[in-house]
Structures are given as structure tokens and as C-alpha cells.
Ligand binder design. Structure first.
Ligand SMILES: Cc1cc2nc3c(=O)[nH]c(=O)nc-3n(C[C@H](O)[C@H](O)[C@H](O)COP(=O)(O)O)c2cc1C
Length: 212
């Protein structure tokens, strides 16, 4: 494709709703919970998918989607392979950001903080709750490592399927992002979007409106 592909005309208006300071909870986790309820109602299959942005020790960023598996005042949890690229980056540099884009609601939420591994018990409990196929997939895949062909992965899955059961590997488990900052974004007409940022302070959450 030689010619530059012009996509500059692709645009839409955002007019689903407004966001007012008075309607916001003083607790960002409660606010997130309200928005998650609405996102689940609007799009149950994809509401929990979130972009996880990490950076290595040199500062080079990487982003990918993972699935949120739980959240509370302690933080936001997902599960993965600790030896994956994201796992290695989080070991080098625990600072990360989560990003939710809820298209139907014209909303975006950013959550920044530090990431810690969840307890082994929590990881094993979640692992054992997954369908057997997903458990086998997690054991068979050396996530983020190159592989010569798909058939090698399929052979390993077949071998493990014959064994009949697998255990949660030590290198597989959960991470929890402990939030330090949230931003709630609601799209508005003519790009005059509503944005509110919550920052953690010694006395609680400080909320301010940001320009769009
Ligand atoms: C909708 C969706 C959900 C995903 N959920 C997960 C997940 O929960 N955990 C995970 O490790 N990878 C998940 N992935 C795959 C990741 O995006 C990524 O390819 C993989 O984790 C390897 O990333 P890394 O090499 O940066 O570590 C998901 C991908 C998509 C598109």
C-alpha cells in the first residue's frame, strides 16, 4: 500500500450523558463500581476488558488488554503468567495504569498505581475455578516466548489433556494494582468532555475537574 491512507474524516459526536461534580461519589472505587454496573448492563461481554500499560526499567512502555477479575478498596485484580513480558516489566517497575473504554457509554476510566502480586492462595483458588481447557492452556503456554509452530502448542495441550488435570504453576497468578489516581472521562459534544481526577492524599481523595 503506497499511498498514505487518510482517516482524518472519521469522527463522531459524544452526547450520551454529562458528568457533574455533585453526582460523583467522594470514593472513586464506589464511583467505579457504579460505572461498572452500567458498563456490564450495556455490554456484558466486554465491560471487564481493560488495557494494562506497563513500562520496563528503561521507561519503554507496553500496553495490552487483560480481564479485570475483581476490585475493592485494596485494588484491581487480573491474572496472567508472571514470566510474560508484562510480568517481567512489573517486576522491574511496579508502576502501571489500567484503562477502560466503554464505547456505548462514551466513557473512559484511567487508574494509576503500583502493582503487587496477589497471594498464592488467591491465585490457586482462581486458577481452580477456571474451565479445564483454560487451565490446560495456561500451563501449556510459555506466554510471550516465541514458538516454532502452533502444532507444538497443540501437542502439549493434547498431552496435558490425557493427564486429565493440571495444577496452578508457580509462575501463574494474579496481580493487584493499588490505586493512587483515577480519572473518569465522559464524552461531550464538540469535544468539551467532562473529566474528573481523584488523587490519593494523606487525608483522603482529592477531586478536581480537568479541562478536556
Ligand atoms: C479481550 C482480551 C482479554 C485478554 N485477557 C487476558 C488476561 O486476562 N490475562 C492475560 O495474561 N492475557 C490476556 N489477554 C492477552 C494479552 O492481551 C496479551 O496478549 C498477553 O497477556 C501477553 O502480553 P505480554 O507479552 O505483554 O505479557 C487478553 C487479550 C484480549 C484481547
Amino acid at each position: 500500500m503506497g499511498d498514505n491512507r487518510d482517516v482524518s474524516g472519521v469522527r463522531r459526536e459524544y452526547q450520551y450523558a454529562g458528568l457533574d461534580r455533585s453526582a460523583l461519589s467522594s470514593d472513586p472505587v464506589v464511583q467505579f463500581s457504579h460505572w461498572m454496573d452500567e458498563a456490564l448492563a450495556a455490554d456484558p461481554g466486554d465491560a471487564t476488558s481493560m488495557t494494562l500499560a506497563t513500562a520496563d526499567a528503561t521507561g519503554y512502555p507496553s500496553a495490552r488488554i487483560v480481564l479485570l477479575k475483581g476490585f475493592d478498596q485494596q485494588g484491581f485484580t487480573w491474572f496472567t503468567n508472571y514470566r510474560s513480558e508484562k510480568g517481567k516489566q512489573l517486576e522491574e517497575n511496579p508502576c502501571a495504569e489500567l484503562l477502560f473504554y466503554w464505547k456505548a457509554l462514551e466513557r473512559q476510566v484511567r487508574i494509576r498505581g503500583r502493582v503487587v502480586p496477589v497471594s498464592r492462595e488467591e491465585s490457586v483458588e482462581y486458577f481452580n475455578s477456571r474451565p479445564l481447557g483454560s487451565q490446560i492452556g495456561a500451563v501449556a503456554s510459555h506466554q510471550s516466548q516465541p514458538i516454532g509452530g502452533r502444532e507444538l502448542l497443540e501437542q502439549e495441550v493434547e498431552r496435558l489433556t490425557k493427564v486429565g488435570s493440571v495444577e496452578c504453576p508457580d509462575h501463574w497468578g494474579g496481580f493487584r494494582l493499588v490505586p493512587e489516581r483515577f480519572e473518569f472521562w465522559q464524552g461531550r459534544e464538540s469535544r468539551l468532555h467532562d473529566r474528573f481526577r481523584y488523587s490519593a492524599t494523606d487525608t483522603g481523595w482529592h477531586v478536581e475537574r480537568l479541562q478536556p
